[in-house]
Design a protein around this ligand. Structure first.
Ligand code: PEP
Ligand code: MG
Length: 312
């Protein structure tokens, strides 16, 4: 058994020079949120709301949704909580929201596409989020999953603002969204990279397929280049760019992501301490060097090795 010497997470995400990088938690409900707050997370970077309703045949009422959302907001008074609207479909079918069987569900009506097909579903959820936000002291932000076009982002932002939600973002999970990041950022306040889906769609490799695991890797140069484009767009517009896919919890990748322009990392609670320790050991200049080294690589293995070599 290897026991790694990682100090407990003290609740701060900083580089060696004191530059802040918010370290946030991914949660699926109230129990996760309590655990995240106890672990010292600085907020929630991804609340997967669909996890609250996976077993439901009927759409949950607004009152039921308000109760579920308040359970996540309550432990984070004064902190940022990013609520993602229902990401139904594909690997997470919701009986009350997703269409009948599709030939290619990962490329089908999923995420925001479901909301566009059922505007009332989105309206009810946004009303519930706004009501939960009004009742709790967390700083609530709302983002949409699986965005591919500017129109989708614009319409989503309008629906959020009509519901009284002031901070609106979208996830960058498709290569289309990464390529259009600057234009998307003109429509919203922030973006968050869903690297699990971004890798899946960039590499055309089902994220649930074990034999394709090597393709589904955020260290793949093609994925890193897309992340870099989004980071560039964030720098150019001065708007935050988060990562909330599994990549955010990889301590070796964290400096690369920061060097590419990422300003917050959201992850499973158990990764917080290790990522915080890794970031505390590097300067912004180290991060830029790590990003350059990773971008210069032509394979995922080369990118990992090039970044590891900088630490030796
Ligand atoms: C992602 O795709 O990286 C993401 C964070 O969303 P999910 O894993 O819920 O699809
Ligand atoms: Mg996703």
């Amino acid at each position: 058994v290897v026991v790694e010497d990682v100090p407990a997470f003290d609740g701060t995400g900083v580089l060696a020079d004191g530059t802040g990088v918010a370290l946030l938690a991914n949660v699926g409900g109230a129990a996760d949120a309590v655990a995240a707050a106890e672990a010292g997370a600085q907020g929630i970077g991804l609340f997967r709301t669909e996890f609250c309703f996976l077993d439901r045949a009927e759409e949950p009422t607004v009152a039921e949704q308000v109760a579920a959302y308040r359970g996540v907001l309550a432990p984070f008074a004064g902190h940022r909580v990013v609520v993602r609207t229902l990401d139904a479909g594909s690997d997470k079918p919701l009986p009350f929201a997703t269409a009948a069987a599709e030939e290619n569900p990962a490329l089908g009506v999923r995420g925001l596409r479901v909301a566009r097909a059922h505007p009332a579903l989105l309206a009810h959820q946004l009303a519930a989020i706004a009501e939960a936000a009004a009742a709790e002291d967390a700083r609530v932000e709302v983002m949409a999953p699986m965005v591919a076009t500017i129109d989708e982002a614009r319409d989503f932002a309008a629906a959020c603002r009509a519901a009284g939600i002031r901070r609106v973002g979208i996830m960058i999970e498709t290569p289309a969204a990464a390529l259009m990041a600057a234009s998307l950022l003109a429509e919203v306040d922030f973006v968050s990279l869903g690297t699990n889906d971004l890798a899946q769609y960039t590499m055309a490799a089902d994220r649930l397929s074990a034999p394709l695991g090597a393709l589904n890797d955020p260290w793949q140069p093609a994925v890193l280049r897309l992340i870099g484009m989004v980071g560039e767009a964030g720098r150019a517009t001065g708007k935050p760019v988060g990562v909330c896919g599994e990549a955010g919890g990889d301590p070796a990748l964290a400096p690369v992501l920061v060097g590419l322009g990422v300003t917050s990392l959201s992850m499973t609670v158990r990764s917080l301490a290790r990522v915080a320790a890794g970031l505390r050991a590097v300067t912004p200049e180290d991060c830029r060097r790590a990003a350059d080294a990773a971008l210069a690589a032509t394979t995922a293995a080369e990118a990992r090795e090039a970044v590891a070599a900088l630490r030796r």
